[in-house]
Design a protein around this ligand. Sequence first.
Ligand SMILES: Nc1ncnc2c1ncn2[C@@H]1O[C@H](COP(=O)(O)OP(=O)(O)OP(=O)(O)O)[C@@H](O)[C@H]1O
Ligand SMILES: [Mg+2]
Length: 350
Amino acid sequence: MSQPTVTATRRASPERDLLEPATVEVVDRTGADQPPPRSGGPTAISTRGLTKRFPGGQVAVDSLDLDVPTGSVFGFLGPNGSGKTTSIRMLLGLVSATDGRVELLGSPMPDGAAHVLPRVGALVEGPGFHPYLSGRDNLLRLDAADRTVTSAGARRRVAEALDRVGLAAAGGKRYRAYSLGMRQRLGLAAALLKPRDLLVLDEPTNGLDPQGTREVRTIIRDVGAGGTTVFLSSHLLPEVEQVCSHVGVMSRGRLVFSGSLRELRQASAVRVRVDTERPAAAGAVLHQLGTGEPDIRANGVVAELRDVPSERLIEALVRAEIPVRQLVLEQPDLEEMFVELTGEGFDVDE
Ligand SMILES: Nc1ncnc2c1ncn2[C@@H]1O[C@H](COP(=O)(O)OP(=O)(O)OP(=O)(O)O)[C@@H](O)[C@H]1O
Ligand SMILES: [Mg+2]
């Protein structure tokens, strides 16, 4: 998943370079080729100062101000223990907030739960399925409990939902005999039993095999394309990158970034890399022009570009007669950004 952003390359041909203006091939991979994020209008989820302090004093979610645009596919990204599930539970009124406000589809939660939850499909850790009933019968029970649909279409709705998540053949098996991935699929089927205005999915691909992961991604894209707002949590960056238009990044209970995927990419500093056999001299030229502190390496130099136009860089390098094999403008890929935002280290936070 390498994401060089703007690539400007030129061949080492010093004599020609001195005579001719630099020809630069610019490949923009900042995401400009992606469709614009579907935002605007009211927010499907909005929180202000949302906080959860568990008995014992731990603050799992700390003053969360979240705005999820209607029609977006919003990735709620963060490492283990960063507060994603706790936030989602508060959004849905499954756990009370210590402080703050939540609005779901324009209604305050949890007061508006009865009115708003039928429009929301949710998949949250540990869904309450009956272990001795089959997947199909579990869905029929859930369907029957929904007062907003008529019982006439129940079998069809359940069959379609099972089919959609790849459980058509295993629908008759008891829930307790389901594998983790099958349970996850059934949870998703329950969320998809009828058209929704909002889908809230906590780690929807958890426990799924690669094939299942791809299927779920396709389902999420389809649901999003149909106009449903999708809010999904994940600790997997590629997943978010592949399906989401917007992203919120959690770290230690706090939201450290929120915006479109494109904004996330643009938030990172662009660096210039000059491959040359004279790295120190090239570094001096770069620094003089106003780049960040150059990092001199064996085969070249790297520095933060700042406001220096790449044309000026190239011109100055040529003037200084520095043979340049390649000049590349790179942007840290999302993985690097994620680590930058959430901190390194394998240990989950306390
Ligand atoms: N019922 C609880 N009582 C006490 N602490 C809790 C409880 N539930 C969660 N926590 C703590 O709150 C923090 C956030 O947990 P949460 O489950 O929201 O994280 P998460 O981002 O969903 O993590 P993961 O990616 O592992 O699912 C963790 O430190 C966790 O130990
Ligand atoms: Mg979780």
